[in-house]
Every structure is written in C-alpha cells, then in structure tokens.
Design a protein around this ligand. Structure first.
Ligand code: G3P
Ligand code: CA
Length: 363
C-alpha cells in the first residue's frame, strides 16, 4: 500500500471512528475467547507508531481479539497511553521549545532517567504533542507517520473499542498495563483507582468482561484483586518486581516462575504474561531451545499463559528464523509463533496481529 493513502486512511480511522455509530446495531454479545488469544501489542505497532488510536484501530481491523494500552498518569490525574512516563522516546516533545525547561533527571523504578515526564504535563499540554516512532531504524515505514497522531486517553481508547465492536460485530478486549505503579503511588498519582473507576463507568466490572489488567509489580495486582472482579495478569521480567525491591523483599521473578510461585499468583491473578524466554529459552547461538515447565506449571495452577512480544523483524527473531542480516527486514515470525503454540500457550502479544490471526486460521 502506498504510504499517503495509508496515512489518510489511518488519520480518518483514528479521528472519525470514535464518533461513528451504527444506528440500530445490536450490542455484540460475549463469546468464548478464541485460542490462541491475539493481543495487539501497543496496537498494531509493527505498522503504525505505538499507542495511537490508529495503531489500536489497525490491530482490531487485522483481527486482534484484544488491544494493549500501557497507561501512565498526567499531572492532573488523567490516564493516557504511553509505554513510558518519559515522553521523549515516543513524542515530539524535544522539538517543542515551550517545554524545554521541563526536561529533568529523576529516578524511575530505581533507574536514573533524563527527559520529559508525563507527571509534569497536564492532559491539555500532553495533547499538544504528537506521537513518533520509537525505533525508526527498524520501522522506517512507521516513522513516515511521525506527527500524524496524538496521545490518546484511556477514555478515547474505550470509545474507539466500543465503536469498532459495532462495526466489526464482535467483542474487542482491553488488555491494560499499569506502568510504574509504585512510582505514581509515591507521587500521589496512583493509577489503580482512576483505572478501575473508568472501567466501571464504561461497564467493565466482571471477570466475564473483555478486560485483563496487567502489571510487572505484585502488590498493585493483589490490591486490585480485593477491589475488582476484573481479571488480572502477572507479568514476568528479569530480576525483581520493582515494588518488591523497593520494600526490601527478596521475591524475584525466578521464584515466582516456580510451580509454588505460580500457585501463589493464582490467588490473585487469572493469567501470567512471561517474557518469551520463560517458555522457550534461546540457546547460545540465538536459536529456540527446548520448552520449559513454565506453561505446564502455570496451567496446573489454573493460569492462562500469554507471553510477550512476537515481532516479525529480523532484529527480534531467533537466529535461524531471520531472512537476512538486515535487522529491519522480516523473517519467519509465524514459525516462532508456531513453536510457542506447540508449547501450549493460550495467547500472545504481537506487534503484527495479522500474522497471528492468519496462523490461527490456518491451524
Ligand atoms: O505487557 C506485555 C508486554 O507489553 C510487556 O512489555 O515493555 O512491551 O510493556 P512492554
Ligand atoms: Ca505492555
């Protein structure tokens, strides 16, 4: 597809769909979740700058079952979709002279960062920024859409989903991640209350509703489990969850990934979102090794398993599935997905939902 028509289509889709409704359409009814569940990671972020309404809309139009907003807070307590509270990575803030003095250095989750932070901007200020591509060298096509889209609020994302549910005639889920929960709690800008209230206000409050809430931290999930019946997902990274580190606890992701650790997680969560290597590690040559016990142990505990992140470009693929030495070219992402499906996963996060949907249809 030529870039200009694509750009015009995406702009139109992202700007007009939230206000478009099918008069007389029945509200789609709930149905069993497909397997594997296809989660559009940051939207269809392999095609459009991440966490924009256009990226989410494209993920849905490609057949994703869920879209995946990462949420951070603004200074005035509004939930917006960004992977990081540091805005310089995915917006044009560094080109905006009026915000130059907001640049600062602070510690976030134990790491010193320099940049512009969402908690220093009101929603109105943040809305004046434009999204840009995070990895332009890998995704030059996306970079040509720099400046075309705004940073969406959670409510705008929900409005988009509800509109697309009518036009697509199916339920579309929200797979929401709370980013930097302890950091925002320490600022008096806790994400959890506003998130649960926004979801309740929009009719999402039950485990049958198409919502998962995910976190790399532990305690905010445990606390939300006391306040909500929505399904929760424990993410797994490396080292320790930051809230555990901040409390002086020794609890690590490695301990949480044992059979006993997974049984403990099942007391507050419906699923787990491991980094892919928990399920199939790579060997020294960068190829897929043998599956671990992670999926079997998680299933024995009653947990769904949704690993992250499947990306089609060579830069992210196992060595044997790369198509060339060029990191931006695509390799055999479907083969990687097949190996994980054979290992028993229940769903996956992917930047290219069309590949996973096609694979599901073939299987
Ligand atoms: O939430 C699943 C996956 O998105 C976690 O990684 O860093 O892309 O948010 P990240
Ligand atoms: Ca995420």
């Amino acid at each position: 597809m030529q870039i200009q028509p694509l750009r015009h289509w995406l702009v139109a889709a992202s700007l007009t769909l939230p206000f478009f409704a099918y008069a007389g359409d029945a509200v789609p009814t709930a149905r069993a979740e497909p397997t594997p569940l296809v989660i559009g990671h940051r939207g269809a972020s392999g095609y459009v700058p991440e966490h924009t309404l256009a990226a989410y809309a494209l993920a849905v139009l490609q057949g994703a079952d869920y879209i995946e907003p990462d949420l951070v807070m603004t200074r005035d307590g509004q939930l917006v979709a960004r992977h990081d509270n540091e805005l310089g990575l995915t917006t044009d803030v560094d080109a905006r002279a009026e915000f130059a003095e907001r640049k600062r250095t602070q510690t976030v989750d134990g790491i010193s960062l320099t940049g512009w932070f969402s908690e220093d901007f009101t929603l109105a200020e943040l809305k004046s920024l434009h999204a840009i591509e995070r990895i332009p060298a890998i995704r030059p096509g996306n970079a040509r859409l720099d400046g075309a889209f705004a940073v969406p609020t959670l409510q705008e994302i929900i409005d988009l989903v509800k509109t697309l549910e009518r036009s697509e005639r199916r339920r579309i889920g929200l797979y929401i991640e709370t980013k930097h929960p302890t950091h925002f709690q320490q600022l008096g800008l806790a994400l959890e209350g506003p998130l649960l209230r926004t979801l309740t206000r929009n009719g999402y409050q039950d485990q049958r509703d198409p919502v998962y809430i995910q976190s790399f931290e532990v305690d905010n999930l445990r606390q939300m489990a006391q306040r909500s019946r929505l399904r929760l997902v424990q993410l797994f990274g490396s080292g320790q969850p930051y809230d555990q580190q901040a409390q002086g606890s020794t609890l690590s992701y490695a301990q949480m990934a044992t059979a006993e650790g997974l049984r403990r997680i099942a007391r507050y969560a419906a699923g787990v979102g491991p980094e892919k290597s928990y399920v199939i590690p790579r060997d020294a040559a960068g190829n897929l090794g043998q599956p671990t016990r992670f999926v079997a142990d998680a299933h024995a505990a009653g947990l769904k398993v949704h690993p992250y992140t499947f990306r089609a470009e060579n830069a992210f693929l196992p060595t044997s599935l790369r198509s060339s030495e060029r990191p931006e070219q695509r390799g055999d992402s479907a083969a990687e997905m097949r190996a994980y499906l054979d290992a028993g996963i229940d769903g996956l996060f992917t930047d290219q939902p069309d590949i996973a949907v096609r694979l599901r249809q073939q299987r």
